[in-house]
Write a protein that binds this ligand. Structure first.
Ligand SMILES: Nc1[nH]c(=O)nc2c1ncn2[C@H]1C[C@H](O)[C@@H](COP(=O)(O)OP(=O)(O)OP(=O)(O)O)O1
Length: 163
């Protein structure tokens, strides 16, 4: 089973009103051209937090620490599990976000997250995750590989559960 991660670094906004989240515009792989958090596939022997830390470093050059598990999302394609995504958030990091071949990073106020330029399921779970809630979700896609060209058809969400 494919295990993946997403990491959402958060900071107080420059104006000190509200918060910003670090999103990337993905330059290759699944979801290319869309906004998402830094993240990717777990390597053999790697735990999900280790993967989230490595992917955030590789994609945007940020060293994240004190990751908080925020969610576990199962993506199904035509009835079979395609991947399980471990979602983290953190307010602890060092460094400045820097663009890479894989990702263009951008701090975005949480009320301005561009859900119309993200995966179709994100508007269902990311707002709660950015507010500090935990979520377990199942998302059904149909239409064959690749997942990012399949149609999002159904979902099931449980909030404020242990993840
Ligand atoms: N429906 C969905 N909603 C969402 O928000 N993110 C999804 C998603 N389906 C997959 N992802 C994310 C999870 C994970 O971070 C990423 C996996 O894409 P890839 O397999 O292309 O990974 P990468 O491009 O980072 O590849 P590697 O660097 O080879 O690990 O896509």
């Amino acid at each position: 089973m494919l295990e993946t991660t997403l990491c959402f670094p958060l900071r107080d906004s420059d104006s000190n009103v509200g918060r910003d989240v670090l999103l990337i515009e993905k330059r290759r792989g699944l979801g290319e051209g869309w906004y998402n958090g830094p993240g990717g596939k777990c390597e053999p022997g790697e735990t999900p937090p280790e993967c989230a830390i490595r992917e955030t470093r590789e994609e945007v050059g940020l060293e994240v620490t004190a990751l908080e598990k925020a969610g576990e999302l199962t993506f199904l394609l035509d009835g079979d599990t395609h991947s399980v995504c471990h979602v983290f958030r953190t307010r602890s990091f060092t460094g400045e976000p820097t663009a890479s071949d894989e990702a263009h990073p951008e701090w975005i106020a949480i009320e301005d997250v561009p859900y119309d330029r993200m995966w179709d399921d994100d508007h269902l779970w990311l707002p709660g995750v950015l507010e500090g809630r935990t979520v377990v979700g199942e998302f059904r896609f149909e239409g064959g590989e690749p997942l990012d060209e399949a149609e999002f058809v159904a979902h099931d969400l449980e909030w404020d559960v242990s993840v």
